[in-house]
Ligand binder design. Structure first.
Ligand code: PNS
Length: 163
C-alpha cells in the first residue's frame, strides 16, 4: 500500500489545500494529512484540534484520507505514518525556493521524497494567511475555504468572535 503524507499548517484549510488532498487521494492508496506546527509562523489562529475537524469535514467524502496532529521532524512523522513520500502544492514561483530547500533537506536527512503538484490557476492566489486576514476584517471568504466548512471558519474569524 502506497501512503503519502500531506503536511502543513492548515490554519485554516483552504480550497487550495482541499484540491491537493483530492488529487493526492486519487494518486495514492492512502493520504495522511499531518497538521503540523511551522516554527517560522506565529502560533495559530485555529487550535490544532479545530484544524483537524475542519479538514475531516472538508475531506469527508474521501475514504482513503486520514488527518493527524504531528510535531517534530517531518521525516520522523513520515516514518511513523508509514509514508514513503510527501506531497506539497506549488502555487506560484515564490513558493519554489523554500519548497526545494525543504524537499532536499528531507531527502538528505531521512530519504523522504517530495512530490510537487501544481495548484490550479483558480486557487493559486489563495493562502490561509489571507483567508485569516480577510475573515478577521469582515471580508467575504466564500470560495476561499471549502464550502462545507465556510460557516464555521467565517464565524470563528468574524471580528466579534469571542474565542
Ligand atoms: O503549511 P506550511 O506552514 O507551509 O507547512 C510547513 C511545514 C509544517 C510542512 C514545515 O514547517 C515542516 O516540515 N515542519 C516540520 C519541521 C521539519 O521537519 N523541519 C526540517 C525540514 S526542512
Amino acid at each position: 500500500m502506497r501512503t503519502v503524507l500531506y503536511p502543513g499548517s492548515f490554519d485554516p484549510i483552504t480550497v487550495g489545500h482541499l484540491e491537493m488532498i483530492q488529487r493526492a487521494a486519487a494518486l495514492f492508496d492512502r493520504v495522511v494529512v499531518a497538521v503540523m506546527h511551522n516554527p517560522n509562523k506565529p502560533s495559530g489562529a485555529f487550535a490544532v484540534d479545530e484544524r483537524i475537524r475542519l479538514i475531516e469535514t472538508a475531506a469527508d467524502a474521501l475514504a482513503n484520507v486520514t488527518v493527524i496532529a504531528a510535531s517534530g521532524l517531518l521525516v520522523d512523522v513520515c516514518r511513523g505514518a508509514g509514508a514513503t513520500a510527501v506531497v506539497r502544492g506549488l502555487r506560484e514561483m515564490q513558493d519554489v525556493p523554500e519548497e526545494l530547500q525543504m524537499a532536499r533537506l528531507n531527502r538528505q536527512i531521512g530519504g523522504v521524497e517530495t512530490l510537487f503538484l501544481a495548484s490550479s490557476p483558480g486557487v493559486s492566489h489563495i493562502s490561509a494567511s489571507r483567508v485569516r486576514e480577510i475573515g478577521r476584517l469582515g471580508g467575504d471568504i466564500r470560495g476561499m475555504v471549502p464550502e462545507r466548512v465556510l460557516d464555521r471558519v467565517r464565524r470563528r474569524l468574524a471580528p466579534d468572535a469571542s474565542t
